[in-house]
Design a protein around this ligand. Structure first.
Ligand SMILES: [Zn+2]
Length: 209
């Protein structure tokens, strides 16, 4: 007797639902990426199509564009790239997960967002200083209880200190001891990432259509 099995049919929109709200940039469903942690407004989700990261609840294209505009002018913006190699290796320790951030941009997410107001991304340029700093701090975050302490001490980030005083004392020591070795690793890593167009920070020039 022949046995027939029916293959389960999964509808294309199965990914969308209350737990997977649409991406503000491209409309594809968002998926969980990182659980909520100190310094963040909520768990972080990401779009697997354009790469946009959203911290906390449902977002909107208007709100994302406002945040984007705060990072530059009508003609161009600089983003810390969620599609970067440092974000990939860092995960929850990625230095781009800054205190209070709401949207974590990628080049493609910006392209989709500004298309909604008839703009195009005319050029994309790697920012070596910010890219290396982000990679360096991401590596340091792998050794410390708190996050972004070194860039915080340099006035380039808002640090998220460890909860306990002894952890903070240890973090301060670790930052000093590991700073130079981490930099020696961060520079070649970020240079390789940039060569593969996955640098940690990017300047985008925008133009009206
Ligand atoms: Zn998207």
């Amino acid at each position: 007797m022949e046995k027939t099995e029916r293959m389960p049919v999964v509808p294309l929109e199965a990914g969308a639902g209350p737990d997977n709200p649409p991406c503000p940039a491209c409309g594809e469903p968002l998926f969980g990426w990182i659980d909520s942690r100190a310094g963040l407004a909520g768990p972080v989700s990401r779009c697997e199509s354009c790469g946009l990261g959203v911290v906390g609840g449902l977002g909107s294209a208007e709100e994302a564009l406002r945040e984007l505009d705060r990072r530059g002018s009508e003609r161009g913006v600089t983003i810390v790239n969620r599609g970067s190699f440092s974000a990939w290796i860092g995960g929850a320790g990625w230095a781009g997960l800054e205190r209070g951030s709401r949207y974590l941009f990628t080049v493609e997410a910006v392209r989709r967002l500004v298309a909604g107001r008839d703009q195009v991304v005319r050029s994309v340029r790697w920012r070596p200083g910010t890219g290396i700093a982000t990679m360096w701090q991401t590596i340091l975050n792998g050794f410390t209880f708190g996050r972004n302490g070194a860039l915080g001490a340099l006035g380039r980030a808002s640090p998220v200190p460890a909860p306990k005083p002894w952890q903070r004392r240890l973090d301060a020591l670790i930052d000093v001891v590991v700073a130079i070795p981490a930099l020696l690793i961060a520079v070649p890593l970020e240079l390789s990432a940039a060569a593969l167009r996955r640098g940690g920070a990017t300047s985008l020039r925008l133009e009206l259509l």
